[in-house]
Write a protein that binds this ligand. Sequence first.
Ligand code: COA
Length: 179
Amino acid sequence: MTETVIVRSFPTEKLDAATRAAIIRVCIAAHQEEDFRNLFSYIPSGGRHFLAYRDGEVVSHAVVTTRWLQPEGQPLLKTAYVDAVATLPTFQGQGYGSAVMRTLAQSIADYAIACLETERIGFYARLGWERWRGALAGRGNEGLVPTPEQEGILVLRLKQTPPLNLDSLLIIEIDGRIW
Ligand SMILES: CC(C)(COP(=O)(O)OP(=O)(O)OC[C@H]1O[C@@H](n2cnc3c(N)ncnc32)[C@H](O)[C@@H]1OP(=O)(O)O)[C@@H](O)C(=O)NCCC(=O)NCCS
């Protein structure tokens, strides 16, 4: 792709019905997962969406919501948690997803760290994301819930990120789900 990809960002509250429908279409087509129909029930408000367009049509998307991570020995960190990263299959491999993720990374300076879960580690590693190698757990009302089977948890260091030991324990505050 030769021309620069335009990526625009919107809070969930500002997305109109047509754009919501387009985002859902992109996520379902990319992930082959019908549950994305409920994306806006999971994120009714408070998300920050990043959209790449081709000829006025949404072709790639990612969303950030606020969650809380605690690496061992650190305070709770305000975390930009990234979900629903997706590019329409026809337009994959043309730089749209990378453009979305680069714009996203430049637009979350108000967070202390970013985090996501993926099976496509190489795609994110190229963009500076790092795999958490240490133990993982959720923290809920009942205390810590270890998640030893969980793989593909990546973090992105931001300006405000404290020094990290990627081999230490990483805890996430449970928020309806763990990772
Ligand atoms: C993962 C995903 C979001 C990436 O989006 P994308 O728009 O295809 O991303 P890009 O085109 O920027 O990059 C994809 C690959 O194409 C390569 N690429 C980008 N532009 C290219 C170009 N002009 N020519 C050749 N290759 C190119 C990138 O280097 C990248 O390779 P890598 O994954 O080995 O690093 C998309 O493939 C997708 O929706 N997949 C299905 C769902 C999924 O797996 N989501 C992520 C898990 S959370």
